[in-house]
Design a protein around this ligand. Structure first.
Ligand code: TXA
Ligand code: MG
Length: 352
């Protein structure tokens, strides 16, 4: 068991001394959790096998699920990847720093543990001053998955990191809540047309505006691909809640009525029920559930994305027996939100 330190850092003007101390932990082979614009990352020197192995152990992550290398400048891509085409240049120009991970052929000197044995490597430049300064001061690239225990919702505030990783890592840089709340979009550029392996904060529509046709592994309403498709982003669910979650998709009024009915039936059987609701519909559920948690307005998907993971953690803490969640529109950022909710539901999706 390690002593985990927590240090508050101002995200707009990070104290360079604090960041340098964190960077020295990275150089000495330690683990540092840090904020990005999406979720908190769990960073280690990404070019060393021993340090990358520590990440897998701390998270309890399967060894074949690859990690993203975080860079502080677009010039760093060529250190670790090949085939940097004009399409890559356009994407970097359009979206970096920002929530887009590019999957490219890997250079041989990058340890295989980073890419889970794949010949490709995911690279991203986060849009967060703490993260960028930490990477630059470390003098290496940071391998950084989300800083949660494997299978838990990604952390969007330092307290989530502490809940999961206390005693397992050296330091948490607390830069406050993250801005976006869902992870980066993972785009495989070794496919033609490029393939979205994980929908995220950059939408397919935004990508297509810059590079033309883009395919997506997760299609609307599609359930998790069977083991036949083994691309890692699709093979491992982002999280497995302790509480079973049922997701209701369809016309909003019909969804409300069905959730009320299901909640009523469950409570007749003495089940404690939690409902994850949009701001607009909260009142409709108050008489039907033990806990009603609002995830945001259906007219503001940015807010819904930003609060999704903390809402899931909060509602779980109430120890209800069953969770019932309203679905949202698949449009734009809604697609990433629905992808995460469908994963949490693990097939328990009810179309009304
Ligand atoms: O926003 C984010 O991407 C956050 C922050 C910390 O940067 N990171 C993150 O990392 O979400 P992680 O490890 O939790 O998720 C990375 C995803 C996984 O689904 C992994 O399978 C996929 O990206 N991935 C990474 N490298 C890949 C590769 N070479 N080929 C296919 N999938 C890859
Ligand atoms: Mg993750």
């Amino acid at each position: 068991m390690k002593e985990t330190r927590i240090v508050k850092v101002n995200p707009d003007s990070p104290d360079i001394h604090e960041i340098r101390q964190a960077a020295s932990i990275i150089r000495n082979g330690g683990l540092v959790a840090f904020p990005t614009e999406t979720v908190y990352g769990l960073g280690a020197d990404g070019l060393r096998e021993d340090t990358v192995n520590k990440i897998f152990i701390a998270k309890g992550r399967p060894q074949d699920n690859p990690l993203i290398l975080h860079v502080s400048s677009p010039d760093d891509i060529s250190q670790v990847a090949t085939c940097i085409s004009p399409v890559v240049d356009k994407l970097v120009e359009g979206f970096w720093p920002g929530p887009l991970t590019l999957v490219l052929p890997k250079k041989p000197h990058v340890p295989d543990v980073v890419s889970g044995g794949l010949p490709t490597i995911g690279v991203r430049m986060p849009d967060n001053l703490i993260a960028l300064t930490l990477i630059a001061e470390s003098g290496t690239l940071l391998a950084a998955p989300s800083a949660n225990l494997s299978g838990r919702p990604s952390p969007t505030q330092a307290s989530h990191v502490v809940d999961d990783m206390w005693g397992r890592i050296d330091l948490v840089l607390d830069g406050g809540p993250t801005r976006l709340g869902v992870e980066s979009t993972v785009l495989d550029l070794t496919q033609d047309p490029p393939l979205i392996l994980r929908p995220g904060s950059v939408t397919r529509e935004e990508l297509e505006d810059v590079v033309g046709v883009v395919n997506s592994l997760a299609e609307k309403n599609e359930e998790r691909p069977s083991s036949g498709k083994t691309l890692p982003a699709a093979k491992y669910p982002h999280y497995i809640l302790d509480t079973p979650l049922f997701l209701f998709e369809g016309e909003p009024q019909a969804v409300i009525k069905r959730i009320q009915e299901e909640a009523e039936k469950l409570r007749e059987r003495s089940k404690k029920v939690g409902i994850i609701s949009s701001l607009e519909n909260k009142e409709q559920y108050l008489d039907y559930a033990d806990v009603v948690e609002v995830v945001g307005s259906r007219y503001d998907m940015t807010k819904v994305a930003a609060s999704l993971y903390s809402t899931l953690r909060e509602v779980e803490a109430h120890k209800v027996h069953v969770l019932l969640a309203e679905g949202f529109s698949d449009r734009g950022l809604g697609f990433a939100v629905m992808n995460r909710l469908r994963e949490a539901a693990r097939g328990r999706v009810i179309h009304v």
